[in-house]
Design a protein around this ligand. Structure first.
Ligand SMILES: NC(=O)c1ccc[n+]([C@@H]2O[C@H](COP(=O)([O-])OP(=O)(O)OC[C@H]3O[C@@H](n4cnc5c(N)ncnc54)[C@H](O)[C@@H]3O)[C@@H](O)[C@H]2O)c1
Length: 263
């Protein structure tokens, strides 16, 4: 039996990047996968999976819009009657030095990366509590929790907040047999990483990507499927005794004790 067989799983930010990878891997492991995203592209991503024979549903929803989130979750319950796993993946980053960052950019991060996770979790949790089981997996990052580069104050703040949220919620919902864990990726090759590379060096973003890869002990950026496999583990029964914790998936990028890591 596949590890996500008969499971109903929601992935936010599933149109592209890590969310798409997570949705694909969950589907491959047997889950009925609900892809939720603000982008219309979510329909194409869901169609790709349906064409490969997987049971999916696409929800075009902005995680910051509480009413839309609630309506989306209601649709899932109407059709599938329960939610076994929620992967809170939707997130954004815009680089700007702290002194130059306007409040709008700060709130853009806080609204999507923190309030978005809050909203979808709030709408989903009652259904998990009713079923006396559930898995919540939150995408944090090594950024803000372990490391940081200039320009990331808003993003880093949100990713550290997600860890606090994970631990505190895990404590509250443990009696209901619901686990809450966080994934802390290093650099994963997604549209977000490509966009950060472009913001850092508009003339040669590839140089930025290559530079990042050279600083990773495993010598490359992560793949979305690798994040997907970790999410699938945490969303499955295999992780039944793991809660309130974080797992780093970074190719060893936070490991080096000295600056030179290439050899
Ligand atoms: N790529 C990395 O290197 C990396 C590293 C660490 C953590 N992460 C985390 O992984 C998650 C996904 O990142 P990614 O690199 O795949 O990003 P991405 O930009 O490639 O994809 C993000 C997805 O989220 C969706 N989204 C954005 N705002 C939304 C909203 N308001 N409502 C619903 N969906 C929305 C986008 O449409 C997109 O499909 C984020 O939480 C990010 O912080 C990424």
């Amino acid at each position: 039996m596949k590890k996500m067989e008969n499971k109903i799983a929601i992935v936010t930010g599933a149109a592209m990047g890590n969310g798409k990878g997570i949705a694909e891997v969950l589907a491959k492991h047997g889950a009925t996968t609900i892809l939720l995203d603000v982008s219309k592209q979510v329909h194409d991503t869901a169609k790709e999976l349906t064409e490969r024979g997987f049971e999916t549903m696409a929800l075009e929803v902005d995680v910051t819009n509480n009413e839309d989130v609630k309506a989306g979750i209601d649709k899932v319950i109407e059709k599938y009657e329960r939610i076994d796993a929620l992967i809170n993946n939707a997130g954004v980053v815009r680089l700007a030095n702290f002194e130059d960052m306007d409040d709008e950019t700060r709130d853009f991060h806080f609204n999507i990366n923190i309030n978005g996770v809050w909203n979808v979790t709030k709408a989903t949790l009652p259904h998990m509590k009713k079923a006396k089981q559930g898995r919540i997996v939150n995408l944090s990052s090594v950024t803000g929790t372990m490391v940081a580069d200039p320009g990331e104050t808003a993003y880093a703040t949100t990713k550290a907040a997600i860890l606090g949220f994970t631990k505190s919620l895990a404590r509250e919902v443990a009696p209901d047999n619901i686990t809450v864990n966080a994934i802390l990726p290093g650099y994963v090759l997604t549209p977000m990483a490509e966009q950060m590379a472009k913001e850092t060096n508009p003339d040669n973003p590839q140089e930025v990507i290559d530079g990042i890869a050279s600083g990773v002990p495993l010598g490359r950026l992560g793949k979305i499927e690798e994040v997907g496999e970790l999410a699938a583990f945490l969303a499955s029964d295999e992780s039944s005794y793991i809660t309130g914790t974080q797992i780093v998936i970074d190719g060893g990028s936070t490991l080096p004790e000295t600056v030179s890591v290439g050899s």
